[in-house]
Design a protein around this ligand. Sequence first.
Ligand SMILES: NC(=O)c1ccc[n+]([C@@H]2O[C@H](COP(=O)([O-])OP(=O)(O)OC[C@H]3O[C@@H](n4cnc5c(N)ncnc54)[C@H](OP(=O)(O)O)[C@@H]3O)[C@@H](O)[C@H]2O)c1
Length: 257
Amino acid sequence: VSRLALVTGGSTGLGFAAAAALAGRGCDLVLVARNTDRLLAARERIHLLCPNVVIEAQVCDLEDMASVSQLTASRQTDGVPDIVVHVSGGPRLYVPGTEDEEELRRHIQSHSLSLWSMMKTFAPMMQQRGFGRFIAVMSRALAEPRADNPLSAAVRLPAWALMKSYSKSASFSRVTFNAVLPGLFETDRFRDVCVDLARQNGETVELARQRFLAAIPAGRVGRPEELGALCGLLASDEGGYINGQRITIDGGSSSSI
Ligand SMILES: NC(=O)c1ccc[n+]([C@@H]2O[C@H](COP(=O)([O-])OP(=O)(O)OC[C@H]3O[C@@H](n4cnc5c(N)ncnc54)[C@H](OP(=O)(O)O)[C@@H]3O)[C@@H](O)[C@H]2O)c1
């Protein structure tokens, strides 16, 4: 069966890698992000790799609930996804006590309320069809918050709590809800974080990067394709018994047992 996967944040980085992995498994795609040029470039790149899948590009700003509602409404006529991979841009780093309220609100919207809206709209339809997958790419910070990034866990926790409740509901017995918690991956976002931290600590970007690497047992940052492969498994038929889990993928760096 050919399945339709809607991937938000699908134009670059981890979202792009998840989309490419799903296309590799034969899924048709709806790629969602704000910037049209980057979306079209992503569509072209995946098309070259997987010429047989159908790829739509849809502009939506996850920070704007009206834009999210337009997206969910349009999918009800243009095709309800079987799989949703939810990714959005990460919040900026702050020293605790200096966070910006407006940014906190915007990111609770883009990371939590937008995902909730898609779950609420699509999960009952997925259930009716007998198959559904929600995969939220969050952050290792959800399990182990960091002092230098107070917004990261805070903006995602409401979505994770909702996913967990949905995963336990018999009303959605055919739908799975899982969170993927990345450690550090080689994307634009990671490069931005190194620049931010270097600025905060008054050090060079290379030194900030080296300090990150020193804390990763694998001795390297992750490749986005590795995270894409995990999303592919969670989205598959074989992944159907994995539900309500947060799965860390971080080269062995987390400490919780
Ligand atoms: N890379 C890492 O090491 C790492 C580690 C832990 C957690 N994460 C988290 O994983 C997520 C993805 O990271 P990444 O490294 O892949 O980031 P990225 O390279 O910056 O990609 C972010 C993607 O999300 C889209 N996006 C951003 N804001 C959006 C919005 N308001 N509405 C719709 N789309 C939006 C971007 O496209 P547009 O800008 O065109 O909208 C882009 O496609 C982030 O939340 C990040 O915090 C990443």
